[in-house]
Design a protein around this ligand. Structure first.
Ligand code: ZN
Length: 233
């Protein structure tokens, strides 16, 4: 994390709001209030999805109750759209939408593919992983950082809704550190389920061992819902 993280960010403002009914491959349905923004720091086309009773969740938080549940989800074309089993992004997205819809909150869909290095570079990194490097070593071999994601725009979107205090649905400690630095207090970290498969086991192991993701891979595969109560300290 660099010192620029701590610089004050300008405010972002809502540009458009559309209601989008969602239906996932397994039949789960919900409705999202989808927002676009002007003034995002990196000028990417990020989305905020308001799910469930998000207005009520904001009101409860403002009155001193539980903070809204929020997941910053980084775009993954291969995982989110194509169902790639090399990562756990698709199941994490599906899980997050349902859990946030249940309690009210926001999913931030962030256009930072491949931990920020882009789609083609991510696929180049896959080729290096097939040659034996782990997911972080592969990024470095390509001359990129291990993780180039920046959550300033995520914080801007949340602050545009007055969500300056959240419960963060994530196993990634860097997201909590950055959001705090950008002015969004993480009142609690809520772990996601573990979506383990033969194809992504090495990837998840690298996330756990290298960047302190809170992942318990020893217990085998959990369907979300069966092990969603675990919370990181
Ligand atoms: Zn992915």
């Amino acid at each position: 994390m660099t010192i620029e993280l701590l610089h004050r960010h300008p405010a972002a403002s809502v540009r458009t709001h559309v209601v989008v009914p969602l239906r996932f491959h397994d039949g789960f349905t919900t409705t999202a209030d989808v927002y676009t923004f002007d003034g995002l720091a990196d000028e990417e086309e990020h989305l905020l999805l308001g799910l469930g009773d998000w207005r009520g969740a904001l009101a409860r938080s403002a009155a001193g109750g539980a903070a809204p549940l929020v997941r910053p989800h980084s775009e993954c074309l291969t995982g989110d759209v194509l169902g790639s089993q090399r990562c756990d992004c698709g199941p994490q997205l599906r899980e997050a939408v349902e859990r946030i819809a249940e309690t009210g909150g926001f999913l931030l869909y962030l256009r930072q593919e491949g931990r920020g290095i882009g789609l083609y570079a991510k696929l180049d990194a896959y080729a290096l992983q097939d040659a034996g490097l782990d997911t972080y070593q592969a990024n470095l071999a390509l001359g990129r950082d291990e993780d180039e994601r920046d959550y300033r725009a995520a914080a801007q979107m949340l602050l545009a809704f007055g969500a300056d205090r959240i419960r963060l649905l994530s196993n990634n400690p860097d997201k909590a550190i950055q959001l705090d630095a950008y002015g969004v207090a993480v009142a609690e970290r809520v772990r996601t389920g573990v979506h383990l498969s033969q194809a992504n086991a090495r990837y998840l192991g690298a996330k756990r061992d290298h960047t302190a993701h809170t992942l318990d891979l020893g217990l085998g595969t959990h369907l979300f819902g069966s092990d969603v109560a675990g919370r990181a300290s």
